[in-house]
Write a protein that binds this ligand. Structure first.
Ligand code: ADP
Length: 577
């Protein structure tokens, strides 16, 4: 796979992951908000139903204490009076019917006595709320109306008639009242509620499809119990199409969960109504995608695109920078390589110059060595004769002279060797006088050969140099001077030194023809020479480099006496930078 393709695949992945993450996070956040909202709505509805239940229970309790109601248990006459009273209370309270049952369960007074479907005379002894109230319980029960088939809540309580006898006051409220009242509460447009009894049967719900159906299939035993209670008048209770995605919310331990119906998915909040066994479920639809999602995904898309552009921009920059670093490094390497090569070439040149100088001087050096050797042979012959003549004292004198000559030859050989050898540079403080002496050992024979007189002054000063390199410079300058004076009448050389403020100035002045004015600026350039034979034209350029490496200076002038003057400036000790 090409590099470009991998890059595009990575960007694609980043894009998809980014959008996926945004979607998931938004969904989680919206779900949290939804949970909170649903719990709030559930609590509002629960408060409302509880307060209504409380209100009707209070009315029933109040009626059970009413003398008028109690009297009605005594005679039909009193019952008629109670009819009107109960009708007034019914209208004022919003209940659908209020009626009084005697000890046999027969209705003796009823709020609907004046209507065609009057309960008066009917017997409701089979209703559980009757038995339970007769037993002294304050009852809230749910049942279907026998004739109306309407769902309703029955609030009942025993009525005790002074002087013996007990009856039951019952108040019925149509279930639809709560369902329509829900619409008035601000519990969310698309949300629904369901009030479940202990058997999970939906008694109340603003969704008509859910009414009188079980949130889960009833067991056979439960079905039998429900049928026996006549609570639903034998009506079959079918299970709802609810499928719980979580554990079904339990009473208060797990107040929320999720379920899915054929139409949609709901978030469910569950709570128990106080003083009853009813459970209230509030269901809010979970929307998989809405405008908040769309807006956030749009924003995420924009940010991801910006991020990709930024990454692309930075990677181009980084690539450029790396290329730059790379080329800089390779340049540095090249420079290092070249420097090394140059240093080697320079070393070779220095050696070549030295050898050339030795070559130029070899004749006179030969002479300088041959001369003592010849002298030594003469002394040896003389020694022999003196010994034969038994004159040992004189022979001893000759032997001492021979010894001196041997020392001199040694010194010349050693100086030549050290001059031609390659040595590591080692700066030190040495005597200028000593350096000049060493140089003269090499170049002295040549000067002598050409009858050059050498004058020295002020050389007793220290200089901070590498001794071997410095001697090479002196040999160069002295032998150049000697060569320049080849045709001069009176050949002399002056070496004059002076010191000032830690510096030493050495002038080497000859009596030659001097340097051509136009050549003054070029003589230090490599390969500039006026010598047709043996001249390399490197001596001065290397000498200048050497002196500069001592942080000194070498310059050339013409002396007012006529000859050339080479001026060296040197430090007396290591300069403090
Ligand atoms: P080379 O001696 O091989 O020519 P140098 O670099 O030592 O190389 O000298 C360069 C040139 O400078 C010489 O060829 C000569 O022309 C000039 N030169 C050097 N020393 C003197 C001097 N003392 N007097 C006059 N000319 C000189």
């Amino acid at each position: 796979m090409s590099h470009q393709l991998i890059k595009f695949a990575a960007y694609g992945l980043l894009f998809v992951l980014g959008l996926g993450l945004t979607h998931t996070l938004t969904q989680e956040q919206l779900l949290e908000q939804n949970k909170e909202r649903t719990a709030r709505h559930a609590s509002a509805l629960k408060d409302y139903i509880q307060s209504e239940f409380g209100r009707y229970s209070t009315i029933v309790a109040f009626l059970s204490e009413s003398t008028l109601v109690q009297q009605a248990l005594k005679s039909a006459q009193e019952g008629n009076v109670a009819d009107r009273y109960l009708s007034d209370v019914q209208q004022a309270s919003g209940a659908s019917d209020i009626y009084l049952l005697n000890a046999e369960g027969t209705v003796v007074a009823s709020s609907n006595s004046h209507l065609p479907h009057s309960y008066k005379g009917n017997n409701f002894a089979f209703r559980p709320y009757f038995d339970r109230a007769m037993a002294g319980e304050t009852v809230i029960d749910f049942a279907l109306g026998q004739r109306s088939m309407r769902r309703g809540f029955y609030f009942s309580k025993a009525v005790d008639f002074v002087g013996g006898g007990r009856g039951v006051i019952a108040l019925k409220v149509n279930a639809s009242k709560f369902e329509t009242d829900k619409a008035r509460l601000d519990t969310g447009e698309k949300s629904h509620f369901a009030l479940l009894d202990v058997n999970e049967v939906v008694l109340l719900s603003d969704n008509p499809d859910w009414q009188l159906r079980a949130s889960k299939a009833l067991s056979a035993k439960k079905q039998q119990q429900v049928a026996q209670s006549q609570q639903f008048l034998g009506q079959a209770i079918n299970p709802l199409d609810w499928r719980w995605l979580s554990d079904q919310p339990q009473f208060d331990s797990q107040p929320s969960g999720q379920l899915i119906t054929k139409q949609r998915r709901y978030l469910v909040s569950s709570s128990t109504l106080a003083d009853t066994s009813y459970r209230l479920l509030m269901l809010s639809p979970i929307v998989p995608f809405n405008e908040v999602h769309a807006a956030r995904l749009g924003l995420a898309m924009l940010l991801l695109l910006l991020l990709i552009v930024l990454i692309e921009y930075l990677s181009v920059k980084v690539a450029g920078y790396r290329q730059l670093l790379f080329s800089q490094r390779s340049l540095e390497e090249q420079v290092q390589e070249r420097t090394q090569e140059l240093e080697q070439a320079q070393d070779a040149l220095i050696r070549a110059t030295k050898l050339a100088t030795i070559g130029q001087l070899s004749a006179s050096v030969n002479h300088e060595i041959n001369q003592p050797l010849s002298a030594m042979s003469a002394y040896v012959a003389a020694c022999k004769r003196l010994l034969m003549r038994a004159e040992p004292d004189k022979a001893m004198e000759n032997l001492q002279l021979i010894e001196q000559l041997i020392r001199r030859v040694h010194a010349i050989a050693a100086q030549l060797k050290s001059f031609s050898q390659k040595r590591p540079v080692k700066m030190q403080r040495i005597s200028l006088q000593q350096s000049v002496q060493n140089a003269l050992l090499v170049v002295g024979p040549e000067l002598k050969k050409h009858h050059v007189s050498v004058q020295e002054s002020g050389l007793e000063v220290p200089v901070w140099v590498d001794p071997y390199q410095f001697e090479q410079v002196l040999v160069n300058l002295l032998s150049n001077a000697c060569q320049a004076m080849e045709h001069a009448q009176d050949k002399w050389l002056r070496l004059e030194a002076s010191s000032k403020e830690g510096k030493v100035y050495l002038s080497i002045i000859d009596n030659g023809p001097g340097i051509d004015q136009h050549a003054l600026s070029t003589i230090f350039e490599p390969f500039y020479t006026t010598k047709s034979e043996h001249g390399l034209g490197l001596g001065l350029s290397i000498s200048k480099q050497i002196i500069e490496s001592f942080q000194g200076n070498l310059s050339a002038h013409n002396h007012h006496d006529g000859g050339a003057e080479f001026l060296l400036s040197l430090h007396q000790q290591e300069p403090q930078l």
